[in-house]
Design a protein around this ligand. Structure first.
Ligand SMILES: [Fe+2]
Ligand SMILES: [Fe+2]
Length: 262
């Protein structure tokens, strides 16, 4: 199931080995995950290219933590009262999360987990740095609190094995970063916090399905396949996301129009 990573291309995407060495361990691990997600999106969506043939996902960005919508040239118009499905169709990168959610669904995991997997990385459209925290916050007003909690903590948990459920440290991290990789202190602290929390498994299950998000043998169906689950797990505001006055409405509005100058 492992996706092959072209090590040279990966470092080139960071600006070369020297530039990569300036990043912290956590930043490099984040960059790796994003690189993998972008790679798999490209493989799955060859039509999403610019007129010059270059991928819309590979434009160099000064701020690596900026979300993908800030680097897209041709953003589709969105309806006046956009739904979560509209964001899946027009703003989010979807292959990785749909694969993760499909795996959770096919293996009979709780619907809450399926939905958490479906949204666990979509905030990377808005911001990639610390995407677990941003993602948890983005969804918090609209979902069961265990779901936003799981999204928040998956970022930290993926670095820590849990033999009790068969989760191993991703081998790919060893190959890319070496065996001496050590997460930042705040990531370690978040892991410890999660371990002691009654909802630990909510986030752990997301990390377990996360790895299958890179498995190209899992077919990527349309988001419409998840319409019923979204309907039950997501409180869609009738005013439309971005216009409902929730504490995160501004984040949805920025996703709708990332080109607003102020
Ligand atoms: Fe993630
Ligand atoms: Fe992921």
């Amino acid at each position: 199931m492992a996706m092959e990573i072209d090590r040279r291309a990966f470092f080139a995407s960071l600006g070369g080995v020297a530039a990569a060495s300036l990043l912290s361990h956590e930043e490099r691990a984040e960059a790796l995950e994003h690189y993998m997600i972008e790679e798999i999106e490209q493989q799955d969506a060859p039509a999403q290219t610019q007129n010059d043939g270059g991928s819309i996902y590979r434009k160099p960005a000064k701020a690596r933590g900026a979300g993908t919508v800030f680097r897209m040239d041709d953003l589709a118009d969105m309806p006046d009262q956009p739904t979560l499905i509209d964001f899946f169709n027009s703003r989010f990168l979807t292959s990785h999360v749909i694969r993760s959610a499909t795996r959770a669904l096919d293996t009979g995991q709780p619907e809450r987990t399926v939905f958490a997997c479906l949204i666990h990385d979509v905030t990377q459209a808005l911001v990639r740095s610390d995407h677990g925290w941003w993602g948890g916050q983005l969804f918090e007003p609209y979902v069961d609190e265990r779901i936003s909690w799981a999204v928040r903590y998956h970022q930290a948990l993926r670095f820590f094995p849990d033999p009790s459920v068969g989760y191993e440290y991703p081998e790919m991290y060893n190959r890319i970063w070496g065996v001496d990789y050590e997460p930042d202190d705040y990531i370690k602290a978040a892991h410890k916090e999660a371990l002691e929390h009654k909802w630990y498994m909510e986030a752990r299950l997301v990390t377990m399905n996360d790895e299958y998000g890179f498995d190209r043998d899992i077919p990527v169906g349309p988001i419409d396949d998840f319409t019923d689950i979204i309907g039950r797990q997501f409180k869609q505001p009738k005013e439309g996301l971005g216009f409902d006055g929730s504490p995160t409405a501004h984040m949805w509005r920025t996703l709708i129009n990332p080109n607003r100058s102020l």
